[in-house]
Design a protein around this ligand. Structure first.
Ligand SMILES: *Cc1c(COP(=O)(O)O)cnc(C)c1O
Length: 385
């Protein structure tokens, strides 16, 4: 028997079931899921409303290329449109976050005909070649160089340097409103505003990568809405199809015809089952007021994480239900102790524990997370002495 290639850390846990904010292992043990497959299961595992839509679609039709119309896609665009600020009239369908970033870059290149992409320290935009080129961490990039050569990295959140950074050669600036993989670092309002002003002045496009922040997690449907800064293009992905693979770039109406027929494409993009799931997810987001619930639950979780009483804890970072607990020590040593205490989490950067729970996480769940984190940190303090 072949084996699955190994490039992920193994936690020795076999998950067999998920429902809403919980997953269960093969021994019947329940976990509060703050990992959610890197934020994918933000609307809960097997959310009944999404399950219902997928079941119906599976019986109808699965594979319909973008050359044809199909009701699942029509329902998706109708529901998804209700989540878009007025000027965003075109959606480019892809299958993953990294592809969403790739198509956004392609749009910017074709419109501006300029070479250079500006990105930032501690950025993460994906693992395919162009997205990887604008991802900061050397660990992800080094072995695969040379990558796309025309990339300039600026310092994240240094508004004073933005004017120098964006030039006549710049096709686009790509930025996360809150850096996810890089450490749960929110952009400052000044910084995003400077990027907006400078890109407009120089004729470059501003691309905001909402693959992790987008779709309600931060307390707004899109994080840029919290900043009052509108990009030219934004990307989305992870939770948009309730757990099925999706990525999309959303652009202003006038960019809708930027590609000639056949100039861009993707076999699986707009898959009918994925579209049915994304339509149901979009409807649910609105009807259940998910962003407001994420904001409220996030405030509870942030407070709980700031009260672990551990001297290893530095501060809580993030917005809504995208939260990081910055530590004085490396964070990855705590994932296993958290697992043993019934909590799945993530790391971000080197020193940050990251929590991306589903929006329906309850006060009791928050207490479980707080107790697990406090105990895990106490364990490390004891070992240090
Ligand atoms: C996860 C992520 C991506 C890449 O998404 P994939 O679906 O893994 O390709 C891109 N940008 C950001 C901000 C992300 O968090």
């Amino acid at each position: 028997m072949a084996r699955i290639a190994r490039y992920y850390r193994e936690y020795g846990v076999r998950l067999v079931r998920g429902f809403m904010q919980y997953v269960w292992d093969d021994g019947g043990r329940r976990y509060v899921d703050c990992n959610t497959n890197h934020g994918v299961a933000f609307l809960g595992h097997a959310n009944p409303k999404i399950v219902e839509a997928v079941k119906r679609q599976v019986e109808e039709v699965w594979a319909v290329s973008l050359n044809f119309q199909t009701p699942a896609r029509e329902r998706f665009i109708e529901e998804f449109s209700k989540l878009l600020p007025a000027k965003f009239g075109t959606v480019f369908l892809q299958n993953t976050g990294t592809e969403a970033v790739e198509v956004a870059i392609k749009i910017a290149k074709k419109i501006t005909r300029r070479p250079t992409i500006v990105a930032f320290t501690n950025s993460f935009h994906g693992r395919t070649m162009a997205s990887l080129s604008i991802t900061w961490n050397e660990k992800y990039r080094k072995a695969f160089e040379p990558l796309y050569p025309h990339v300039r990295f600026g310092k994240f959140n240094v508004a004073a340097e933005v004017e120098k950074l964006v030039g006549e050669d710049t096709c686009c600036v790509v930025v996360e409103p809150i850096q996810g993989e890089g450490g749960v670092n929110p952009a400052t309002p000044d910084f995003l505003k400077a990027l907006r002003e400078e890109t407009s002045r120089k004729g470059a496009l501003l691309i905001i990568d909402e693959v992790q922040t987008g779709f309600g997690r931060t307390g707004a449907v899109w994080a840029f809405q919290k900043y009052g800064v509108e990009p030219d293009i934004f990307t989305a992905g992870k939770p948009v199809a309730g757990g099925l693979p999706i990525g999309l770039a959303v652009a202003r109406e006038e960019y809708g015809d930027v590609f000639d027929p056949g100039e861009h494409g993707s076999t699986f993009a707009g898959n009918a089952v994925v579209m049915a799931a994304a339509a149901a997810a979009s409807k649910l987001l609105r009807e259940e007021d998910v962003p407001a619930r994420a904001e409220r639950a996030g405030a509870e979780l942030a407070k709980a994480l700031s009260e672990t009483g551990s001297r290893l804890a530095v501060r809580v970072k993030g917005m809504g239900l995208m939260l990081g607990l910055e530590l004085r020590v490396k964070a990855d040593q705590f994932l296993q102790p958290l697992l043993q205490r019934g909590v799945l989490a993530l790391t971000a950067g080197v020193n940050t524990l990251r929590f991306l729970p589903p929006y329906m996480i309850t006060r009791e769940d928050v207490e479980v997370v707080q107790a697990a984190v406090a105990e895990a940190l106490r364990g490390a303090e004891a070992a240090q002495q």
